[in-house]
Each structure stands twice: as structure tokens, then as C-alpha cells.
Design a protein around this ligand. Structure first.
Ligand SMILES: [Zn+2]
Length: 334
């Protein structure tokens, strides 16, 4: 699908994230809070993780919650694990309905964030959850899932993750069927974690713009989880979006990073792919260390001030903080 103007973007009333007089709608593409809560048994109110209810209630516009399939659940329990996290997601929305509301479309996102609540979107990280069946994909869609990260770091039924390297090959026959069916249903295909052959297969096959929900630029930090300039350009040319990941290991070779490294990634991605391809994909609750200055979810708005300081326009900051992600949701989810 080609790039279209976002009909909702203009009408969007900014959620109350104000810094330096600028109010910005914030939309993050990836957090692992569901798996963290399931593993620790903590509640969203009392968790000691990177993301809690008070962070999410303080005017964040929209958020993708990833149901991350840990390798411990591969080979038989992946779908069960996904179901447990989807159940937790819906229980959370029931428990905190004043703050968190399900969003399955761009229209939902706009309506809910206009009410000052968090538009909450559901994702699955790891195609293992499908257990090799397209029927599972369709059922997951009906349960609210609107994004699938095709692989984690290893090979599965669909494709190969980045740990497999280029020898791991590209999309399988089933992987191709999944991408086509996701296009038909209106789901975001996420290429973060994919190896390079898989990435190129998805980019060529997908009729819709493609998302890299939590990946950085490899030129700035040479890590296989990050994207080459060629990959960034290919995604951007097709209307795709890249969520900048806050994991220090993907920000700096030394593994020691600060908010400056995140800003550097944002400006580099804009330089290579243009202003319409950059978003946030914090990976909070999925990373063990955090950059200095971005210790938890509540710190995200500080990026607004940092981007202002280096001379980014209001329009550009709005795109990076959430506008671009909303635009791809408008194009793909409908
Ligand atoms: Zn991930």
C-alpha cells in the first residue's frame, strides 16, 4: 500500500504530555510488561518494572503491549503462553478501565487518546504462538492481536531470527502465507528480530507498509538486531516505520548508553529514512539495563525536550513521538 495522508492526524487532540510548552501524543511500539507481570505475579499497580499503572495513566496516548513468547515455551506451549498473556491483557483492561482501553483500529486510538486514556494495542512477539496454523492467526486477530513480530531470535515455522544469521534462510512457505493473511486481515507485520533474508522477503512480499517495532540503526551500533542503512531506506520507501529501541546493547557497543544515544538514533534514522519512518519502541520490561536518563516509562516525555534542544520542529517531534506510528496504524489496521 502506498503512503497516504493520515486523515486522523489533523483531528487528534494531543494527550497531556507537555514539556517546554509543547503537548505531544506519545505512542510506543513495544513493551514487554505482559510477560513480566505473568512471570513475577506482580500487579500493574505495584510492579517494580519499567512500566506501571501510574506511568501509563499519565497521558501516554497509545501503547502496543507485546505478548513475548519466551523460548522456554517453544515446542508445545507457545500458544498456551500467548493465551495466558492475552488473558492478562484483557484482565488488565477490565481492572483499569478508567485508564486503559482496547484499541483495534486507528480510529479507536484517536478516540481513546482524545479521552485522555491510553489506547492499548495487543501484539505477539514470536510466530511460535501460531503453532503452524493460519486459523490460529485469525483467532488471535479476533482476540484483539493487531501486530505480530514474526520471530524472536531463532528459527520458527515462519522464518529465522537474527541469531541464525543469513544461513538461516528467509520466509518459509508458511511464513509467506502468514504475511499474506496478515495483509488481508489488517495486521502489522513486524520485522524486528528477523535475520536479513527474512527481512527482505517480508519487505518484498508485504502489500502493506512494514514495521520494525523495536530496532536501531546498525551504522551507529553494530549489532545484528539493528538495521543496515539499506534496510532502513527500503522500509521507509514503502511507508514503513522503525521504533527506536532503548536497550543499551543496541545503542552503544560498550553497553553503556544514555538518552543522548536514543536522540542520536532518532536523528540518524531521520537522516537515512526521512522524517516519516521514525518512532519509539522502548522495549521497556524486556531489557535488563536502561539508558541513563530513560530509566523507566515515565521518562519518555523527556525526549521531547531533547529533540527541541537540538532544533527539531514541533511537527517533526510529533511524528517521532507518535504521529508516524499512528499513520502506519491508519494505513494498515484501518
Ligand atoms: Zn524483542
Amino acid at each position: 500500500m502506498s503512503q497516504k495522508a493520515c486523515p486522523l492526524g489533523r483531528a487528534l487532540v494531543r494527550v497531556e504530555q507537555t514539556l517546554g510548552g509543547l503537548a505531544v501524543f506519545i505512542f510506543d511500539a513495544h513493551i514487554d510488561t505482559l510477560s513480566r507481570l505473568l512471570d513475577t505475579g506482580e500487579s500493574l499497580e505495584q510492579t517494580s518494572g519499567h512500566v506501571n499503572l501510574s506511568h501509563l495513566s499519565r497521558g501516554s496516548g497509545a501503547q502496543f503491549f507485546a505478548a513475548f513468547i519466551d523460548p522456554a515455551y517453544y515446542h508445545g506451549l507457545a500458544m498456551h503462553r500467548a493465551m495466558d498473556m492475552i488473558d492478562l491483557f484483557w484482565q488488565m483492561l477490565d481492572a483499569y478501565s478508567d485508564n486503559l482501553v482496547f484499541a483495534g483500529s486507528a480510529e479507536d486510538i484517536t478516540r481513546i487518546s482524545n479521552q485522555g486514556r491510553l489506547a492499548s494495542l495487543l501484539a505477539i512477539e514470536g510466530g511460535e504462538a501460531l503453532e503452524g496454523k493460519l486459523s490460529s492467526l485469525r483467532v488471535f486477530y479476533r482476540l484483539g492481536v493487531r501486530l505480530i513480530t514474526l520471530t524472536w531470535n531463532y528459527r520458527n515455522d515462519l522464518a529465522a531470527g537474527q541469531f541464525e544469521g543469513t544461513d538461516g534462510g528467509g520466509l518459509s512457505r508458511f511464513g509467506r502465507e502468514v504475511v499474506a493473511e496478515m495483509n488481508r486481515l489488517g495486521m502489522l507485520v513486524d520485522v524486528s528480530h528477523l535475520n536479513e533474508p527474512g527481512f527482505w522477503d517480508v519487505v518484498q512480499l508485504s502489500k502493506d507498509p512494514v514495521l520494525a517495532s523495536h530496532s536501531n540503526a546498525r551504522t551507529l551500533c553494530d549489532h545484528p538486531r539493528n538495521l543496515t542503512d539499506e534496510q532502513i531506506r527500503a522500509l521507509a520507501e514503502r511507508g514503513g516505520v522503525i521504533g527506536v529501541n532503548f536497550c543499551p546493547a543496541f545503542l552503544a557497543k560498550s553497553g553503556q548508553a544514555s538518552i543522548d544515544h536514543v536522540v542520536e538514533q532518532i536523528t540518524y534514522l531521520i537522516k537515512v529514512g526521512g522524517a516519516d519512518c521514525v518512532a519509539l519502541g522502548s522495549d521497556f520490561d524486556g531489557i535488563y539495563q536502561t539508558p541513563e536518563g530513560l530509566e523507566d516509562y515515565s521518562r519518555i516525555p523527556e525526549l521531547v525536550g531533547m529533540l527541541q534542544e537540538i532544533g527539531c520542529s514541533e511537527a517533526l517531534i510529533e511524528k517521532v513521538m507518535g504521529g508516524n506510528l499512528l499513520r502506519i496504524c491508519t494505513e494498515v489496521l484501518g
